[in-house]
Design a protein around this ligand. Structure first.
Ligand code: SAH
Length: 222
């Protein structure tokens, strides 16, 4: 944690944040490092001021452009699953959105690459992450359905918008031993945990039912 984050979080009461962390624990999140980082990350800075009184409730909130900042439980759960095993040197996030999940990853990993297809969201996320002095993050305005081939392979890939099926390009950008956590499906979505065991061997597990915005193609400029 750096001083800027400490100041940012200082604006909300410890009791409010502790209540959220207690709720995440109740729901089965066990990783203390993840819980600690979520207790420290000022989520209120990642949403519009009009909604910031809800920032430490365990709920998804609108961030404009028909998109949402993910529910804290799902951020915690996905981060825990993503980082439970193996290296965390190079991590790719698809769907920067508000940048909140990006910040959580940046505080737990060496280098985070995050891609977003909607330019104004990407720009706002960039401002917030710069403000928090999280300088181990690279943000890109691009369609992440194909991953970020020039920066791969990645030890971990987190996807925060749901494709109908797992994009092959993303699987191919996992390092051997790397893990991807991705929601998959349309009306019925499942969170999947995919581990690349060998060059051609992938181990896929279904974690639980989830509800994410769809992974869409192309980019939006305004
Ligand atoms: N992790 C974010 C979640 C935002 S919602 C947060 O907690 O704030 C998912 C985001 O994925 C949206 O911002 C949406 O624009 C983005 N997205 C959807 N399809 C995409 C694609 N193909 N490439 C990159 N970003 C995409």
């Amino acid at each position: 944690m750096n001083d800027v984050i400490r100041q940012g979080i200082g604006m909300t009461s410890k009791r409010t944040r502790d209540r959220l962390i207690a709720r995440l624990r109740e729901q089965g999140v066990r990783d203390d490092a993840v819980l600690e980082v979520m207790a420290e990350t000022p989520r209120h800075l990642f949403i519009d001021e009009a909604l910031s009184h809800k920032a430490y409730e365990d709920t998804a909130l609108p961030i404009g452009f028909n998109q949402t900042i993910s529910q804290p439980y799902i951020v915690a759960k996905m981060t825990e699953l993503l980082l439970a095993q193996g290296a965390r040197d190079r991590v790719l996030e698809v769907g920067t959105g508000s940048g909140y999940q990006t910040a959580v990853l940046a505080l737990l990993c060496q280098q985070v690459f995050s891609v977003e297809r909607i330019l104004p969201l990407q720009q706002r996320a960039a401002e917030r992450l710069t403000l928090l002095q999280l300088d181990n993050v690279e943000l890109y305005h691009t369609d992440g359905g194909m991953g970020l081939p020039m920066k791969g392979p990645f030890d971990a890939i987190m996807v925060t918008a749901a494709p109908e099926t797992v994009p092959e390009e993303l699987k191919q950008q996992l390092a051997i031993g790397g893990v991807m956590v991705i929601p998959v499906g349309g009306d019925e979505q499942r969170l999947m945990h995919i581990e690349r065991r060998t060059q051609t061997g992938f181990d896929t597990k279904i974690v639980e039912s989830v509800r994410f915005v769809p992974l869409l193609q192309g980019t939006v400029h305004q």
